[in-house]
Ligand binder design. Sequence first.
Ligand SMILES: [Zn+2]
Length: 316
Amino acid sequence: MRKRTKKKSGGRIAVLLVLICAVIAVVTIQEIKAGSDSAKTGQSANESPGQNENAAAGSSDSTTTGEPVQSGTDEPTKTGQEEPPADDQQPADANQTPAKPPVSDSTNDDDSIVVVAQPESVTALINKHFALPEDYEPADLVYPDVPFTFSEKIEKRKIRQVAADALVQLFAGAKEDGVPLAGVSAYRSYSRQKTLFDNYVREDGLEKARTYSAVPGTSEHQTGLAIDVTGKDGKCAASDCFAGTPEAKWLAEHADEYGFIIRYPEGKEDITGYKYEPWHIRYVGKEIAKVVASEDLTLEQYMDKYGDGAVLVTGQ
Ligand SMILES: [Zn+2]
């Protein structure tokens, strides 16, 4: 009798164990499934769908395609010296209406963003409201023959051919006048900007990130026509202390002679959406640069006045 009972209870225990194991297995499978689902979601949010086509589109400069996203010296963090967030990334949000409702979509402000029709135009207007297509990569990016604050041949050293030619002249002119310059950062791909922006969003949240970093597609550096410059000593690179330096003064006085404009002038924050950036110059061609400089305009104002009111068709 005793034996039988023991046997019976032993059997029950075995059944129980099997049941418990089954339950654990089911729970574990569900957990794994849920984990991989969320990982998937996270990944797709971080990927730029057009990235591959972008790379495939390539450029005449063979080193562009397949070049891995730069890391390390290439503006790794907000505090990175070479590429502080100050660089073109500080919209004048702080100066504007602080009562804006929080944004829930990373690609849209309370004002919507329109993608420009002619991204390759030398006069393409790119700002917080007009963006470049995600897969736009200029076809004529080159390494300009001018000194930079770093020696590596990396993405941010590139600029479009037409701007490179003008930049060489500009640097020569500055050197002749006793204010030798150095490049800090020129072209920046959509995917690079997206990586930076996503990192900032992870660190600070979307709302705060937007106050100092450009939404991917809205950085003028993606045009390949803009470059941040500084003095040859590399001090104050893309920083507020660049204002008032002999180099900044020289740029303000002479950039237009070479077809460049100071893209984010002082006192025009409400129009450009960016704080004063004396180091950020943008190639638009000599003719337009002269008008912009002599009439004290921003590119936005120039387009309003002379661009037939059609910023989406900004033909050269
Ligand atoms: Zn810049």
